[in-house]
Write a protein that binds this ligand. Structure first.
Ligand code: MG
Ligand code: MG
Length: 270
């Protein structure tokens, strides 16, 4: 059911999204251990494809506006939407892996950034800050609040952590019977704005943070988004919903229970 363009899911539909989210979570777990020096991004894509199929799910990325991968693989100064291919991961790289899956027509979408071997401390910190911003964004969401409460929490978390660039040209999004739905979930902005956070709404929150300028451009492949100044970027994403009990992170293996508890936020899953 859509209200003012926003899809409101029934509890049964959210359960299907949780099944899709579990597939995404387990795929990213497999990829996290597979992403080592010497592996190509195409090999990671094949691993993801096999795993998603083995779970009885299908990929929402493959064929999306002609995208040729099951995952997006974005290395170092690549921010998002990198196409899996012949690139070999090397010691000292970081890679954002973005993955989605469909179960019974319902979508999940999540991303993580993985360090290949040893990376400089400032890169480790970039990754930590970006993931922290994601979770603080989710933690800021509550029934009756507004979408930009999430945006504001992401921005203030990053700004408080140091001199980082927050990419503004790409945002989180609503998700449900399609991967990308209204509303957009920007990674910056004043709180208290935008659509109301209600039961049955599901959102993908995905901060993209750089060590330099937030400006990006798209490569000639029409997909890969890179920083204009060559600075490295991190990207984390989860799909979550709100229940009467609290927040439920549909693409986290534990539903977000542990991380939300650390942040003092009630867990709304089961
Ligand atoms: Mg994604
Ligand atoms: Mg997304």
């Amino acid at each position: 059911m859509f209200e003012r363009g926003i899809e409101i899911k029934t509890p049964a539909q959210i359960e299907s999204m949780r099944r899709a989210g579990r597939v995404v979570a387990s795929t990213l777990e497999v990829l996290r251990s597979s992403a080592v020096a010497g592996v190509t991004t195409a090999e990671l894509d094949a691993i993801a494809h096999d795993h998603i199929r083995s779970q009885g799910a299908t990929s929402n990325f493959l064929g999306y506006h002609g995208f040729t991968g099951v995952i997006c693989t974005s290395v170092n100064d690549q921010v998002v939407h990198g196409i899996p291919g012949t690139r070999v991961l090397r010691d000292g790289d970081i890679i954002s892996i973005d993955c989605g899956a469909i179960v019974d027509g319902w979508h999940g979408d999540a991303a993580t950034t993985v360090a290949i071997g040893e990376v400089p401390d400032e890169v480790t910190e970039l990754m930590r800050v970006t993931e922290e911003a994601l979770w603080r964004g989710i933690a800021a969401a509550h029934l009756g609040g507004r979408v930009s409460d999430i945006s504001h929490a992401v921005e203030t978390t990053v700004d408080a952590a140091g001199d980082y660039g927050i990419v503004e040209g790409y945002t989180g999004h609503g998700i449900g019977s399609a991967m990308h739905q209204p509303p957009n979930v920007p990674n910056y902005g004043k709180p208290g704005r935008g659509p109301k956070l209600v039961k049955g709404l599901a959102l993908a929150v995905e901060p993209m943070v750089t060590l330099g300028s937030p400006d990006t451009r798209t490569l000639a492949d029409d997909w890969t988004v890179v920083t204009t100044d060559g600075s490295w970027a991190a990207h984390y994403e989860h799909t979550f919903t709100l229940t009467d009990a609290g927040a439920w992170v549909l693409t986290a293996i534990d539903g977000g229970a542990a991380r939300l508890a650390e942040l003092g936020v009630p867990y709304g899953g089961h």
